[in-house]
Design a protein around this ligand. Sequence first.
Ligand code: SF4
Length: 508
Amino acid sequence: MNKKTMRLSQILSSHTFASYADVVNSFSEKDLCLIAQMKRFFECTEADRSFANALNDDSGKHDVRKRMRDIGIAFEPQALAPLWKQPDKASRYWDWVFDGKDTLKIDGDLEADLKTHPMLHLWAAWLRARTQMVNTNASDVPDTEMIRRFHAWRQRRIAATQSELGHYADQIDHPIFAFELSKGCSMSCAFCGFSSEKLSAVFDDTPENRRLWSQIVRDGYAMFGDAACGALCYYATEPYDNAHYLDFIKDYKMITGAVVCTATAAPLHDPAWLRRLIRFYREGPDPWPRISVLSLPILRKIHDTYSPDELRDVTLLLQMKNAPRMKAKSGRTRHYKNEHLGGLKIPKGAAFIPQGSIACVSGFLVNMVDKTIKLVSPCYASNQWPHGYREFAKTTFEDAKSYRAAIEKMVETHMPENPLPDSRLAFRDDLRFENQPNGFLLLSPNKKHHIGGHPVFKEIGAIVDKGTYSYRQVMESLLKNDTSMVDIDLSLKMLYDKGLLDETNTAR
Ligand code: SF4
């Protein structure tokens, strides 16, 4: 084994990348240059059928090579041939790369390919390293009653999304703040999971607004400590719409130390703007921004405009019609048939359902233009929650002082550590209740919850399913049947802590 192969094998078996910078620093400049080119090559094969077809078609070889040269890909397609020539081999390669258990165990013929195609080895090491970044949890968090309530509430929301959203829930990191720096969005994407309204105003960079912004970020950090680093400065908005977006996220970094992520669907409006954004993230380096690519002509223009190296750390989300990436069934696509969500056709009776949300925040959605705060968390989009997040509360603020007071009030009012005596008890609105001989079953869009093991559950299930009794009334009613108060209390607390109870009506 030569030195380079040994290094790549070490990267493949490593589980200790502390950050994206750590990942990048594990590769040489020369390797990073090749990685950027391979990334671009796979963007073309994934999104551009004519490019992929021409690889296999002798008559198109000349065109493909010319296109590759034009967009900065200097290697020969043969260097990655096993992945585009033999689909079965490609799928075994991906299984191997993303198998978290034993990265060095590999089929004989795949191993032979790695030896004869060293770039495959390099690409595997890069992808593998990117999945092995250790998630550093918020470390400096104040120990206050407010934080304890908020933390318990967020844990219930995480449990609820895991119950409701299936596989998608594993990818959500539940930031606690989203700040919208405009009202509406200029992009009008056909697949907008938030059904964003038309752009009507932006949060201008006036001295007064800048002071308000700085104080709001400072207050968030004072109240929640490092947890406030889990934030983004867009939601149902496009970062590019605010000409001072970059200044606002720089403020966020200066005050909290956090480099917040960015996703934009406007990569071509002003290349100088995108380049400034890329330069900001390169300082880390951090794996952002992400770009939503809305059509094949836009992808081609992106590749014509920016070099592979410029976009090395930038993920292109291929959102064009029929790209393999499925759109979420939320917002504008909620009434689309599954086969119209783009991507692969889902066979009848498939074991999975389309992603039902693009939301990620479990916490405060703040609009800086109309000065509103909503308490939100992701859910499967429905008639009641068409944008893929539940709203637990909504309020307004005037200035920094009332902003902080409003956040504190939301925590105090809507995040009780136990169900309140007069709050109505009901199951979460996505859950379907079924009586069972030893308890009951709750069915979410993605999971079955068997609740049983104690006779009390049968009674509790039936009464909570009615959705009309308060906590106090449930207690009174069950106590009449000689059920132990402790059993009722503990059982209800268990349902509450697992995020199975409706909390959208919780208020003192
Ligand atoms: S998906 Fe994003 S960029 Fe597109 S309309 Fe919605 S908010 Fe705007």
